[in-house]
Ligand binder design. Structure first.
Ligand SMILES: [Mg+2]
Length: 102
């Protein structure tokens, strides 16, 4: 399944379950993405099963894609993924870590 397909599935889920669905809800969705990251971190720190960690990471992706649906609805996230990957691949070795000694 690609990101754009996932966005559609998440949109269906949001409508079906009556979750927040307005542009004003974007900050809440971003906060929830951070919370899910915290849950993933906590699961990892506590030595939980990989499936639990993966589940929390997927929750994070849900909120990120849900946010993208409302915050940048004209952007094709599959195309954006490729565009950003190319951009990062063309950057210098260990870009953004200039402070780090090898
Ligand atoms: Mg969760």
């Amino acid at each position: 399944m690609h990101l754009e397909e996932m966005k559609k599935e998440i949109h269906n889920l949001v409508l079906l379950k009556g979750f927040y669905n307005r542009p004003e809800d974007i900050p809440k969705k971003l906060l929830f993405a951070f919370i899910e990251l915290g849950e993933a971190s906590d699961a990892w720190k506590k030595g939980k099963a990989e499936e639990k960690i993966a589940e929390e990471l997927i929750d994070t992706i849900f909120y990120i894609l849900d946010t993208s649906r409302l915050a940048c609805p004209t952007i094709d996230m599959d195309e954006m993924f490729k565009k950003k990957l190319d951009k990062n691949l063309n950057r210098a070795f260990r870009y953004g870590e200039g402070h780090r000694k090898t």
